[in-house]
Design a protein around this ligand. Structure first.
Ligand code: SF4
Ligand code: SF4
Length: 183
């Protein structure tokens, strides 16, 4: 617990923890979050840790800690939160959402944090990789002849991947511009 407190208190730099000073914090950040759809109940968090204890991502990556992300956001450590890879690692499983005693709606809060991060130009590279796949296949994975043979075996129709319609949607909604920071 002592080590975790140190991590909350400091930013990692060259393998060491650096104490955050008051001037590095943005006291307005929490108000920015509650205005974003999904962030409305964020200030209700009482740091009980039920969300982290429920989280399957935490079970795979011990560094992932949704309670800690909320804590960082509450104290106004805006830059660390928005640049964090962790806000992009939420699997949207809703375990925390179902169990939070304060109805913080953490899953939706993670969407809110991602949306704010995008506004400030912070987007995890995995999102760009997903965009490339959507443009190429019209889906997040390629359907090979093997998959289509398996589908045929089970009486399912063949899938002909056609990315054109998806590309039109991406162009219409200017998704690429947002992700590549041109808008
Ligand atoms: S379960 Fe809810 S109240 Fe508890 S730490 Fe997580 S968000 Fe905060
Ligand atoms: S919704 Fe996200 S943060 Fe909540 S338990 Fe699932 S993976 Fe963890």
């Amino acid at each position: 617990m002592g080590e975790e407190r140190e991590q909350e208190k400091g930013k990692k730099k060259s393998g060491e923890f650096q104490v955050i000073t008051e001037d590095q914090l943005d006291p307005q950040f929490k108000y920015e979050i509650i205005k974003e759809p999904g962030g409305e109940n964020f200030l209700r968090c009482m740091q009980c840790g039920t969300c982290t204890a429920s989280c399957p991502v935490k079970a795979i990556d011990p560094d992932y800690n949704c309670r800690r992300i909320i804590r960082m956001a509450l104290i106004g450590d805006k830059e660390s939160v928005l640049k964090s890879k962790f806000i992009w690692m939420c699997s949207t499983c809703y375990s925390c959402y179902e169990r939070c005693p304060q109805d913080v709606k953490i899953t939706e809060l993670m969407f809110a944090l991602k949306n704010i991060a995008v506004k400030y130009g912070y987007i995890h590279p995995s999102i760009k990789a997903q965009l490339d796949l959507l443009e190429k296949f019209g889906a997040l994975l390629e359907i090979s002849e093997f998959e289509n043979r398996m589908r045929e075996k089970y009486g399912l129709p063949k899938i002909n991947q056609s990315p054109e319609k998806v590309k039109k949607v991406l162009e219409k909604e200017k998704i690429k511009d947002v992700i590549e920071g041109d808008s």
